[in-house]
Design a protein around this ligand. Structure first.
Ligand SMILES: Nc1ncnc2c1ncn2[C@@H]1O[C@H](COP(=O)(O)OP(=O)(O)OP(=O)(O)O)[C@@H](O)[C@H]1O
Length: 601
């Protein structure tokens, strides 16, 4: 079908075409909708279909011809709306032409459905803004010529380096260190395109530049919606209040070592980092091999799904929990605050945190298994407890965790000046959690303030086990480059064999965060930060004179480039500095602020 959009003829495929095309339907279901400006028009029930490049409105699920199609590239933003319960607004870019609507209000059956529609549309809007190359292949061999210049750098790396302050005399003086940091990125390139997340990224064996999925602020509704048929979920859920939602794009660049390892079933390890918009970097998970996860087998996607299916509780979580609002957005999904519905005796807490992941958009399902397995097995007062997991329609995985009602240590660091007694308490609790993991030969690999959560009683716990690795035994070492660059130990960056002590280095960096509000080199480009860590080793404090001897000594025990001289968690627990720890109660003034405001990006 041809329609006119801003004077241009645009071909709109029929629903049969969309379904038969390789990309297919991303999401479809019944909605109530109306055009915002046209007040007198009633809400009408329509069949909404999201494809990779458009949203189409059909009379019902059997109609083949769209009544209306909106190209995603014409959408300016997606935000929560208070016009109706479980409602969101799709706002088009302002055009002169009257052929394009200004804003569509879409109401669905429950809060989660609303978020999932918004997330799905937003991810697609982003992927329509950034399109990656299709299927190029080439060999990349990086080297240094006689004049000290790089030769053979992948184009993406050149761009990154050129746009990076790292491409200055520092790097030009020591290109070998740069190459050492990038070592392993020199294999055959391949590009992947298959999910909102991967579609937003150019991926090759040497690097992935990823534009991360949009992040929403939390929900804004007030009462239970009347249920109308939605294909997306069948049960109702109730929610509490919240604020207006707006859509933001968090752009991130992701770098991984071996994209071949991203294919499921590979037992190799991957080097993966996400460079996020605020110059923080998040890791892209490595494919677990036989030492990761509990499983000793190479997992295909199908096998991972089979294991997931038997690992979850076979119930509809919507009948047990009501979603209140969004707490935050992670790389693999969104985290919501949820209330356990009345009459449920299974969960002792009234409030829980729900991490919801759309498996359709997860091409590394083993990592989710990794997270669930380690959390489930790591029951400890300093590790966020796993409570349950559910799978909705074999697609939406809900991981239920204990709710940490004071948010992350990052929030606290940003709002308060911590005393050494506070720092000692936090280190003591985190060391206990790390020791518990290390005693089980588990390396967390992503210790940082973002992954330390607190509650209002002053309890401190480690979370985010997506990147952890299990060693065969304590003498076993790994080489995978996983972590968040600013917190990464030099041996990981240099691709040397490493063990549990990488977590101790990251703890040292987290102490610097607590003292100076941010880790060293945060203001540098991630690539330069990697280089600086590899080159400099232990970073210096900005104002060492303000720090006690005990804390200096503790920090030095963590931040020793020579791993044999770096302390173990057990050794740190005996360090005199930790004897200065304040009581958990003394942390309460730090968390009395509204630290867990609904997610508001
Ligand atoms: N148990 C919890 N209680 C309270 N807030 C939580 C809990 N778990 C996560 N959050 C919050 O939700 C947000 C996203 O968490 P998540 O673990 O998904 O983030 P991430 O580590 O960035 O993502 P990913 O694990 O997908 O890479 C964070 O801001 C975190 O503080």
């Amino acid at each position: 079908m041809l329609i006119t959009v801003r004077g241009e003829l645009v071909e709109i495929p029929s629903l049969t075409d969309i379904k038969q095309s390789g990309k297919g339907v991303v999401r479809e279901g019944w909605v109530m909708l109306k055009e915002e400006k046209v007040k007198y028009l009633p809400w009408t029930k329509k069949w909404l279909v999201l494809s990779h490049n458009s949203i189409s409105i059909y009379k019902n699920s059997k109609s083949d011809t769209a009544q209306w199609t909106i190209l995603l590239k014409d959408i300016e933003k997606v935000e929560r709306s208070k016009s109706r319960t479980f409602c969101f607004r799709v706002k088009s870019k302002t055009y002169q032409s009257t052929t394009v609507f200004q804003a569509l209000e879409i109401s669905v059956s429950n809060n989660m459905d609303c978020y999932e529609w918004m997330d799905a549309i937003s991810a697609r809007i982003l992927s329509n803004k950034v399109s990656g190359p299709m299927d190029p292949k080439h060999e990349v061999h990086v080297g240094v010529d006689n004049h000290g210049k790089y030769i053979g750098l992948p184009k993406e790396w050149s761009i990154l380096l050129r746009s990076s302050s790292a491409y200055t005399h520092d790097f030009l003086e020591e290109p070998k260190s740069v190459i050492q940091a990038f070592d392993g990125y020199n294999e055959e390139c391949s590009y992947q395109k298959n999910s909102p997340e991967t579609e937003n990224q150019v991926e090759m064996k040497g690097s992935i530049i990823q534009y991360r999925s949009p992040v929403f602020s939390p929900s804004a509704m007030s009462d239970e919606a009347s249920l109308h048929n939605s294909d997306s979920t069948t049960a109702t859920s109730s929610y509490d209040d919240g604020d207006q939602l707006t859509l933001n794009y968090h752009v991130s660049k992701k770098i991984s070592k071996n994209s071949s390892e991203t294919s499921l079933g590979s037992s190799n390890e991957s080097n993966a980092l996400v460079f996020s918009a605020n110059n923080k970097i998040q890791p892209v998970p490595s494919i677990p091999n036989k030492n990761d996860v509990a499983s000793n087998a190479k997992l295909t996607e199908k096998q991972a799904m089979e294991i997931l299916k038997v690992s979850v509780t076979p119930k509809d979580p919507n009948l047990i929990f009501s979603i209140k609002h969004k707490l935050g957005q992670g790389a693999s999904g969104s985290v919501y605050l949820a209330k356990v519905k009345a009459g449920n005796q299974v969960y002792k807490d009234e409030l829980v945190a729900v991490k919801s992941m759309d498996l359709h958009f997860q091409n590394r399902k083993e990592l989710i298994l990794n997270e669930i397995t380690v959390m489930r097995e790591s029951f400890h007062p300093n590790i966020v407890s796993f409570l349950d997991a559910f799978l909705i329609k074999d697609r939406h995985l809900w991981v239920i965790m204990e709710y940490m009602n004071a948010g992350s240590l990052t929030n606290i660091i940003q709002q308060h000046k911590l005393t050494e007694e506070h720092v000692a308490r936090i280190c003591l609790e985190i060391c206990k959690g790390i020791q518990h993991l290390h005693a089980r030969n588990v390396i967390h690999r992503d210790i940082k303030s973002d992954n330390v959560l607190l509650d209002k009683q002053g309890n401190i716990k480690i979370t985010d086990f997506g990147f952890c690795a299990r060693l065969m035994d304590r003498s076993h070492k790994r080489v995978t480059m996983v972590g968040t660059p600013y917190w990464m130990a030099p041996e990981i960056i240099k691709q040397q064999k490493y063990g549990t002590k990488v977590d101790i280095w990251s703890l040292g960096i987290m102490i610097i965060e607590m003292l100076e509000n941010e880790p060293p080199y945060l203001r540098e480009d991630p690539i330069k930060a990697l280089y600086m860590i590899a080159k400099t080793g232990a970073p210096s404090l900005k104002k060492p004179e303000l720090v006690s001897k005990e804390l200096h000594s503790f920090l030095n025990s963590c931040l020793n480039s020579e791993t044999i001289f770096r302390a173990t968690a057990a050794e740190l627990l005996n360090h005199t500095f930790l004897r200065r720890a304040c009581s958990p109660k003394s942390l309460i003034p730090l968390i009395s602020f509204d630290s867990v405001k609904p997610h508001n990006h």
